[in-house]
Design a protein around this ligand. Structure first.
Ligand code: GAR
Length: 197
């Protein structure tokens, strides 16, 4: 059975692109939908170019009504019947209720070596702490932010002249390797962590 994968984005969608391109040939899954909460997200155009159905649920009209936003998101997701939901640069915090609906079936990529630096500004925090290494993690999404079981990590040295921007640029290609590698395993029920390089 070929599994269906929905990908949630907020921005440029480079991780989404890497995931979509990986799902071909013998891969056990195929992309079924890309959803953005940001109407002008560059990733939406990218997904259209790749031939993937797209949707947008703008969070702004919902204001503080997170449940309303998530109900709209849930409706679109359910219409496309995904087996797996991949958060790929999706920058909204999801409520425990929403996470519970997808628990065990939802993955996220986070630009730090979890459990270090959950939340935002991960690269600046790693540099400020004097860390020797930085990296990225793919984890299962649970109700606590960036705290679910880690399914893969890639690490690289922090260079003396690194800034948060240079580090982000150097980590991104590792993200593009790691996330597809984890998804491929996850899709066959293998939760053995992927360790790169
Ligand atoms: C990626 O670096 C991803 O790890 C990060 O946002 C970027 C999205 O880039 N995600 C988070 O910070 C989640 N908390 P992309 O849109 O080009 O994939």
């Amino acid at each position: 059975m070929t599994l269906r994968v929905a990908i949630l984005i907020s921005g440029g969608g480079s991780n989404m692109g890497a995931l979509v391109r990986s799902m071909e040939g013998e891969h056990p899954a195929r992309p079924c939908l890309v959803v953005s909460n940001v109407p002008l997200a560059g990733g939406l155009k990218k997904a259209e170019t790749l031939g993937i159905p797209t949707a947008c649920v703008d969070h702004r009209p919902f204001g503080a009504d997170r449940a309303g936003f998530e109900a709209a998101l849930q409706e679109i997701l359910e219409a496309h019947t995904p087996d797996i939901v991949c958060l790929a640069g999706f920058m909204r915090i999801l409520t425990p209720d929403f996470v519970a609906r997808w628990e065990g079936r939802m993955l996220n990529i986070h630009p730090s070596l979890l459990p270090k630096y959950r939340g935002l500004n991960t690269h600046a925090r790693a540099i400020a702490a004097g860390d020797a290494e930085a990296g990225c993690s793919v984890h299962m999404v649970t109700a606590a932010l960036d705290a679910g079981p880690v399914l893969g990590q890639a690490r690289l040295p922090i260079l003396p002249d690194d800034t948060p921007d240079t580090l982000a640029i150097r980590i991104l290609p590792f993200e593009h390797q790691l996330y597809p590698a984890v998804l491929r395993r996850f899709a066959i029920g293998d939760h053995t962590p992927v360790i790169l390089p």
